[in-house]
Design a protein around this ligand. Sequence first.
Ligand code: SF4
Length: 406
Amino acid sequence: MTPLTLWGQALAVEGMGGGESRAVLRFRAAGSGGYHLDEHDAVLIHNADDAEIARAAGVQTAVFVARDIAASHGYVFPRRVSLPANFDYLGDGDIIGLNPRSRNLRVLYRRSSSHNSILVTERCNHYCLMCSQPPRDIDDGWILDEIAECLPLIDPTTRSIGFTGGEPLLEWRRFTRLLSIARTTLPETEIHVLTNGRGFASPEVVAAWAAVGSTKLCAGIPIYSAVDHIHDYVVQARDAFDETVLGILRLKDKDQRVEIRVVLHGITAPRIVETCSWIARNLPFVDHVALMGLENTGFALANQDLLWVDPLDYRSDLTAAVGILSSAGVKVSVYNLPLCLLDREIWPFAVQSISDWKNAYLPICGTCAVRDRCAGFFSTGRMRESRGILPLPPESLPARLSAMER
Ligand code: SF4
C-alpha cells in the first residue's frame, strides 16, 4: 500500500530563474492547442505529439513527465520543468507550488480529486499525541502567499477544499484574508478548515472569521474528552479544553458552522460514550460530529503502545455513542473505519472519508461485497490490522448504506 506522491523534487527546472521566488503552476493538457494560457499555466508534455502541438501554439512553459522527451524537445520552450515518473498522474487543471532554486515542489490541488486538502502551516500550539503532521517551529509564512496565488487558479466547480496544518489560526489575520479570497474565487465550494479551535476564544478572531461572510465555511475542531485535563493531555497543552469549548460557543453565537472531531484511540475510545453524551447535552447545536478511526502515522507511531486499540474492542461503545448523538438530533458520521469493524446499525453513518491519495484496501478485501462502500485503510504510516477484518458476503449489502443517503 503506497500513498500517492504529493511532494518531491523536480528533475530539472530551466528558464525560470534561480532566485528565491516561488512559482505556482497550473497544468494544462496539450490537447489540440488553441490555448488561452495565463502566466501560471504550463502545458504537460507526455510525448512528441504533445510537444509539437504546444510548440505550434507558442507555449512558454512546458512540463515534462518523460525524461527522453524533455531531452529531445525541451529546447523549444523558454521555461521547462521535468518531473520524475511518480508525478505522471498529474493532469489538466492540477496545480503545484515550485521553488525553482531548490526544485522542491508540492502538489496543491488535483482537479479530479474530491479530497483536496491544503497545508497552511507546519507550526502549531498543540503537540497532540497522535498528530499525523508533527509540528515544526519554522518560518513558513510563504505558504500563505503560495495558497493566495493558487486559489484563483482552482476550478470553480470544485465541490470542496480543505485547509489543514499545523494550526491555521496562528496567523489568523492572513488566513482569514485567504478565506475571503476563496469565498470570491470559489463561491460554490465547501471550505473546511481543520483547526484546534483555541484561537476562537478571542472575539477578534471570531469576528474576522464571521466577516468572511461565507455560508460554505466550516471549522472542524477536535474535542477528545468531556474531561478537561484528559483533552489537555491528548493535545499536550494546558487550558486547551476551556479555550476550545469557548471558541465553539463564540463561533455558534455568530452562526458559524462547526464540526466536532473525535479521533478514537487508547485514551479517547474508552470514553467515547461519555464524550458524546457530554456533546449531546452541552453542544447539541454543532453542525456535525465526526467520530474518526486513527491514522497510524506521525506521533501516533511513536505513541502506539499508548494509543493503538483494535476498533473491534470499542465497537459496541461506538454504536452507543452514535445512537446518543443521533437521538439528540446531532448529525454524526463515522470516519476512517472499515465496515466489517462496525455494527450493522451504524453502517448508514459510515463515510468513505480517507483521502484518495492515501486510501487503500487489503488483498482479502477483493472478495468483499461492500468494498466499494467501505472506508478501507490508510496507506500512510504503519498499518495495524484489526483481528476483525473479514470480507463480507453479497447478502451483507443493504439498500441504504452511506451517510450521503440518509
Ligand atoms: S473486508 Fe475489506 S472491504 Fe470488506 S468491509 Fe472489511 S475492510 Fe472493508
